[in-house]
Ligand binder design. Structure first.
Ligand code: UD1
Length: 390
């Protein structure tokens, strides 16, 4: 292995677009710069998320460098957003001539950038590959399936993801089980997590609301299937209001959910001092809230894994999960939109019978280092073999 990166081998373009990408990319960039040889990178932000709460605050918390390029695509329908990313990403590849493009997760930006790069003959690396909910109504499932089919190297977080890919006919030499980069971020920031009462105070909420020995629960909810239909949203908010009578609940409200609560006239369902509504939270704030919660109720993909790593019981308000290890080994229980299941599992958890789980294999804080060592070696070997042919 050379001591320095070959001068004629381009940088790795690392793509982020939306909030859940940021905690995955931060440890990767760090590991690339610490690798021997250091792997040069260019950070491209598609601009899918752009609000301070959804974007800048997380960049600061995670100490992510300012993006080298921002495509500023903003919001839109899936077609418009995906197409805009593609249109604006292509000239970046022409100009920067990267050695490969690295994408993470399953958002629209992940698929859009993959499609552009693959068609230009540039290798694509997908981190967090192979997760499957087997629910094609989820836009993320479409993004995952298509990205994995055409990407060159697929790094997985759990063995079931490797098995999914093999079943889809993807050859084993493209797949590497390396662990979970999101847990790298969690472990390296655990000590810096913000005190929950301080978080409430900063947001102008009363910290006393969660001061009792009884503790508090944390809620996040933003999936279109949960928040885009008035009746579904009404029934979920209804049961959460009921739960808040025995345990104060802290909500971190996604802009989509906030907008729909107002649009559907459901504000009265959250109008109680026991349901504390906060704007989308920074990384250190949500980490502090989760780590100190007695229970987390969510429809997020990331929180299912983070609560498993923290050993905090999690009820996932979805019919399926693409992260089955969090159920089989971790603290996660699927409750769907079944109000009675939400009620009874919450009751059991608060009675002390919640899942305690164990931390899955290779969720050890070193996944990004494994990726850096593997990818650096692969790119250099590929480069050398091309040169020897010429
Ligand atoms: C996206 C991801 C989802 C991820 C979520 C985390 C896809 C298909 N979905 O969903 O997997 O869990 O991010 O948040 O890529 N908005 C703002 N400010 C912002 C960004 C968005 O107000 O900075 C509002 C806009 O009204 C926008 C809506 O949120 O239309 C939805 O944003 P979008 O990026 O389309 O999808 P998310 O629901 O955030």
């Amino acid at each position: 292995m050379p001591d320095i990166w070959p001068a004629d081998l381009g940088p790795v373009i690392c793509v982020v677009g939306a909030r859940p990408n940021f905690m995955k990319m931060a440890p990767i960039l760090r590991a690339f710069s610490n690798n021997q040889p250091a792997i040069p990178t260019l950070l491209v932000h598609t601009g899918q998320h752009y609000d301070r709460d959804m974007n800048d605050k997380l960049f600061e918390d995670l100490q992510l460098p300012h993006p080298d390029i921002n495509l500023e695509v903003g919001s839109g329908t899936h077609a418009v957003q995906t197409a805009e990313v593609m249109r604006r990403f292509e000239p970046v590849l022409d100009e920067k001539k990267p050695s490969c493009v690295l994408v993470v997760g399953d958002v629209n930006s992940t698929l859009a950038c993959t499609l552009v790069a693959v068609k230009k003959g540039i290798p694509v690396v997908h981190v967090e590959a192979g997760l499957r909910s087997y629910d094609r109504a989820m836009p993320e499932e479409i993004n995952r399936i298509l990205t994995d089919q055409i990407a060159d190297i697929l790094y997985t977080t759990e063995r079931s993801a490797t098995a999914n890919l093999t079943r889809e006919g993807i050859s084993e030499e493209r797949i590497r089980f390396v662990g979970n980069v999101m847990i790298d971020s969690l472990l390296s920031n655990r000590e810096k997590a913000r005190d929950p009462q301080e978080t409430l105070r900063t947001c102008g909420a009363d910290p006393q609301a969660i001061a009792s020995t009884q503790g508090f629960g944390v809620v996040t909810m933003h999936r279109p299937s949960n928040v885009d239909h008035p009746e579904v949203l009404r029934s979920l908010l209804g049961v959460l209001k009921e739960i808040s009578e025995s345990l104060p609940l802290v909500f971190a409200l996604h802009p989509r959910t906030k907008g729909n609560i107002e649009r559907f006239g459901l504000s009265d369902l959250i109008d109680t001092p026991r349901m504390i509504m906060l704007p989308p939270q920074g990384y250190l704030e949500i980490l502090g809230l989760m780590a100190n919660a007695r229970i987390v109720l969510t429809d997020s993909g990331g929180l299912q894994e983070e609560t498993t790593a923290l050993g905090v019981p999690c009820l996932t308000m979805r019919e399926n999960t693409e992260r089955p290890i969090t159920v089989d080994q971790g603290t996660n229980t699927m409750v769907g939109r079944d109000i009675e299941a939400i009620r009874s599992h919450t009751r059991e958890t608060l009675a002390g019978h919640g899942k305690s789980g164990r931390v899955p294999e290779l969720w050890d804080g070193l996944a990004a280092e494994r990726i850096a060592a593997d990818l650096g070696g692969w790119l250099i070997a590929r480069h050398q073999s091309k040169q020897s042919i010429q």
